[in-house]
Design a protein around this ligand. Structure first.
Ligand code: UD1
Ligand code: MG
Length: 495
């Protein structure tokens, strides 16, 4: 049976004091998404009729964050009456449904998945229950609400909060996850009847179970074996623990889907990353944001990619890329930095110690060594010689450089933007290109070289260089060349 809730209410009004953070708790991230977005995704995964998030602490900031993710999600504001019961009551004010099932979840429980929520709805509706609570058995139940059952354990009688529990009740190891399916009418009615007469002076949502039960309705529990899935984040330790667990689950999913991950212990992959079949992820790789890795690509070792697309069969070795596109069969690295707007064509190459930014590099084009390529367009099959610099910044503005197809840029060329080099053109080593180069032309402007023979012997006598030069001359058995006055004069003039 495919079950859908009429509404999901996600509670996120709490202050999250134990995080000791300037950032609202539910905006902290694991796996590249905020805790709240994880919770909202799980809720949306069940295709509910309505979705409401209850806010209070840092309301505007959290609401803006939520709208960025999905402007359709409704926000309900909790007033200053505290407690989960009041939070749900405020949430219900934004729910229009008058019958059916309402799911309640928490904004700080990031590992909960839609399948479990659907199972909860199915169990709940299948049994005709008024309330079904998701529970778990844990080794240390301290702090949690405990599930009170009938003597034979078959029926749920209610929930008692840790602070209100007797010593005997504290022995119970079945805890309330805080995730429930409710019949909406029962929920509205019971909430109107709960008070704040408890250890914390709050409206407890958990009291709804006792009220429903006292009214003779069916109250059930669905016990999950997956404790991590219902665990909440209260402090930074739990944030790290659940982050690691989410990562472990993400890696497992990719491995089951046919991705080789050599060393899961040093690999971090965000929840939104997609990876094609037979890709190989080597040790020390971090894939953040919305990376999309093609089939048979090889990433790493020691590579970090954010929001980067890697084509089929491409290889990225010991590099860092942000908002870049790496074409099929292309290769990158080692030790290169691809910044936003880098678009490397199919079978192209960005070699070692290269920085690129806002640069479209054509199919089969190569930037093999020690270069900076910024605000550039490079045509197909073009080769950029070692240590070429695209001087894109004149100190005030940034300018573009356009290089044609099959161009050969000589080593140590400086391309002073804005400038264009036509198809098939060549630049000599060390050229400073300030004027456009027409197709097929050779551009050179380096000063021609003069050798001042014997300079070392005259100016640095007795040095190791002098000894080496003399030994070399002796071997040639000729006189040491160039001891003329004229050479010295020329040299002075050239200082
Ligand atoms: C609650 C449950 C407890 C359960 C535990 C599971 C109640 C009374 N107790 O306890 O049985 O074992 O969760 O983690 O429900 N929130 C609001 N408004 C509020 C108070 C809380 O929106 O006024 C939200 C929080 O942001 C959070 C969630 O509700 O997402 C739980 O709040 P928290 O204070 O952690 O509840 P617990 O006291 O831990
Ligand atoms: Mg809590």
């Amino acid at each position: 049976m495919e079950s859908t809730a009429a509404a999901v209410i996600v509670l996120a009004a709490g202050a999250g004091t134990r995080m000791k953070s300037r950032t609202p708790k539910v905006m902290h991230e694991i796996g590249g998404r905020s805790l709240l977005v994880h919770a909202v995704n799980a809720a949306q995964g069940t295709s509910p009729g309505e979705l409401v998030v209850v806010l209070r602490h840092e309301r505007d900031r959290v609401a803006a964050h939520l709208a960025e993710h999905d402007p359709e999600v409704a926000v309900a504001d909790q007033d200053d009456i505290p407690g989960t019961g009041r939070a749900v009551q405020c949430g219900l004010e934004r729910v229009t449904a008058t019958e059916g099932t309402v799911l309640v979840t928490y904004g700080d429980v990031p590992l909960l998945d839609p399948a479990t929520l659907r199972e909860l709805v199915a169990e709940h509706e299948g049994a005709g229950a008024a309330v079904t609570v998701l529970t778990a058995r844990v080794p240390d139940p301290t702090g949690y609400g405990r599930i009170l059952r009938s003597e034979d354990g078959s029926e749920v009688l209610g929930i008692v909060e840790h602070k209100d529990a007797t010593a005997q009740e504290r022995e119970i190891d079945e805890i309330n996850s805080g995730i429930y399916a409710f019949d909406i009418e029962v929920l509205r009615d019971a909430l109107s009847r709960i008070g704040t007469d408890n250890a914390q002076g709050e409206m407890y949502l958990t009291d709804v179970l006792g009220i429903a039960r006292a009214d003779g309705r069916t109250v059930r529990a669905l016990v999950t074996a997956d404790v991590m899935m219902v665990e909440g984040v209260n402090d930074r330790l739990q944030l790290a623990q659940l982050g690691a667990e989410l990562n472990r689950r993400t890696l497992e999913r990719h491995m089951r889907d046919g991705v080789t991950i050599i060393d899961p212990a040093t690999t971090w992959i965000d929840a939104d990353v997609s990876i094609g079949q037979d890709a190989i992820i080597r040790p020390g790789v971090q894939l953040h944001g919305a990376c999309d890795i093609g089939a048979e690509a090889v990433i790493g070792p020691d590579t970090t990619l954010r929001d980067t697309e890697v084509g089929e069969g491409a290889e990225v070795l010991r590099s860092h890329a942000v908002l870049a596109v790496i074409g099929a069969g292309a290769s990158v690295g080692p030790f290169s930095y691809l910044r936003a707007g880098t678009d490397l064509g199919a079978r192209g190459k960005i070699g070692g110690f290269v920085e690129t930014k806002n640069a479209r590099i054509g199919a089969g084009a190569k930037v093999p060594h020690l270069s900076y390529v910024g605000d550039a367009e490079i045509g197909e099959g073009t080769n950029i010689g070692a240590a070429t610099i695209f001087a894109n910044y004149d100190g005030v503005d940034k300018h573009r450089t356009v290089i044609g197809n099959q161009v050969r840029i000589g080593s140590d060329t400086v391309l002073v933007a804005p400038v264009e080099v036509g198809d098939g053109a060549v630049t000599g080593a060390g050229t400073v290109v300030r004027k456009n180069v027409p197709p097929g032309a050779l551009a050179v402007n380096a000063v021609s070289q003069r050798n001042m023979e014997g300079w070392v012997q005259r100016r640095r006598p007795g040095t190791a260089a002098d000894d080496a030069a003399r030994a070399a001359s002796a071997e040639r058995s000729g006189p040491i060349a160039g001891e003329s006055e004229q050479d010295d004069r020329e040299e002075q003039g050239n200082r």
